[in-house]
Design a protein around this ligand. Sequence first.
Ligand code: HEM
Length: 145
Amino acid sequence: MEILSTAHSYLAYVVLAMLFIAVSNAVLGLVGKKIFTLEKDYRISLFTLILAHLQLVLGLLVFFTSTSGLKAIQELGMGGMNSAARLLAVEHPFINIIAIVLITIGWSRHKKFMEGAKKFKSIAIFYGIGLLLILSRIPWTQWFN
Ligand code: HEM
């Protein structure tokens, strides 16, 4: 459905911006030896996690309804897709699911620690790797068209 991919396309800006903010905030907190606060650090990390999960749900819905998702795999077969089609139908969904799993692990891990430095480190590393994975499989040309 058109509305799903439009929403997925716009939410992508917000998710990427929040991931960038959350990772920068965690790195600055770690390097600056700051206290991990509920008001700021916890909220930024949780809001980012929620947005990533919302984007995951939207992405799954797009995958199952759009012609460039599951239908492309069924019609063309794994070997019949060119690299652009494979990016949309296989690499982007697969890598982004892994990225969001890592972000979720980073969130859960940070809660187990008492020390601020360990909390910041968990967010910085797991959200950071998640962000890099997501950036590595964005269909840039299609997105900006
Ligand atoms: C944080 C994670 C994600 C981000 C930032 C993201 C971002 C994007 C962007 C920017 C596009 C291009 C939209 C356009 O052409 O205007 C796209 C397309 C797509 N995404 Fe995601 N995505 C994410 C996760 C997922 C996941 C987890 C899935 C599936 C399980 C998924 C499935 C798709 C599909 C199938 C398309 C092609 C849509 C179409 O052209 O019909 N995405 N995504």
